[in-house]
Write a protein that binds this ligand. Sequence first.
Ligand SMILES: [Zn+2]
Ligand SMILES: [Zn+2]
Ligand SMILES: [Zn+2]
Length: 140
Amino acid sequence: MAHSIDEVLKVHGLKITSTRKRVLGLYYQSDHALAHSDIEGQLDGEFDRVTLYRTLAAFEEKGIIHKVLDESGSVKYSLCNSSCQEDRHQDHHLHFQCEKCGNTFCLEGVHIPAPELPGGYQLSDWYMLAKGICQSCAVA
Ligand SMILES: [Zn+2]
Ligand SMILES: [Zn+2]
Ligand SMILES: [Zn+2]
């Protein structure tokens, strides 16, 4: 990790609080996207749901984490790389959901170019999800 968690919060204009440090720490420790419920499970009732929602919403707004949409039915988030800023996410890479463990990974190296749309449509964002077997499940 290039920056400490304190630095990341500071760079993105967020005050350093123990909640933010705890939650962001979990994202740094995880190699796959984490849903609200994953965080809740790991924190074991340390914070209430509303605080957690607000924390995740603030992280997303500030360009620290991005939404990862997969077929699990719950919104997951993953860390952004350093090119994301407030209200300007640049997470146009492939998301890969493993059919075995159910985890979804950011494949940062697989860039998804903007689709070309017919006239009259304005693009604001785009995603792509691939499914299959992840690296750790493939060797297991
Ligand atoms: Zn982002
Ligand atoms: Zn897997
Ligand atoms: Zn991603």
